[in-house]
Design a protein around this ligand. Sequence first.
Ligand code: URA
Length: 249
Amino acid sequence: MADKNGGTMRLDRFLAEMGEGTRSQIRDAAKNGRIAVNGILEKRSDRKIDPEADQVTVDGRPVQYAAYEYYMLNKPQGVVSATEDKRYTTVVELIAERKRTDLFPVGRLDIDTEGLLLITNDGDLAHRLLSPKKHVDKRYLAVAEGTLPADAAQRFKEGITLEDGTVTLPAELEEGGVAAAEPHRSAYILTIREGKFHQVKRMFEALGCRVIYLKRLSMGSLMLDEDLEPGQYRPLTEEELKKLKEGCT
Ligand code: URA
């Protein structure tokens, strides 16, 4: 993967970005002869290396550089969309294979919402995906208590007024994505093009229905891989990343 610094970088920065400790810990490790570059022990942690070409090891273990990482997570319930939290496990902590220490979730899903969440350190892509100007589609499966009124699809299409007076952009409602498992419950697929706080739940509330289960199915061109159980993740494929980037230039 490309080096976003475009060439050489300091050895201590390289190792800190790859989660090998703070710069002072890395300096000590170098002094103690634990770090090698291209097989030769390196005592100067401030020297420059080429992260793509040079082979760096810590205690003999190779450290691969990744300028950017992109993971698709099927977010489970009970986990927060944050980088750190005192009470709850965060979505970033679920990415056990992560190399970088600066990963974050692109947008937020509520603690009780499941489904697609992109985890990356690519701030530029995140910014573009979340920009209110780009209107990136987000598709959700929502199971509601009761049934939406017969004219719900039309009202969502026209944009509806939330309880605080804000009016949503047009959204698309499809009925019965899957059969709701129990009577008095209905399943819908809703596509929205913005990301207001609790937006889907509030849109349903505005039409008199409570959402009892919510799962994000897609964001732009990126679709949740249905092989991923809640809590599982995988890196994005090159193709998925390319399409996602193209969709929000
Ligand atoms: N809308 C919601 O209400 N909750 C989410 O987590 C995402 C969209």
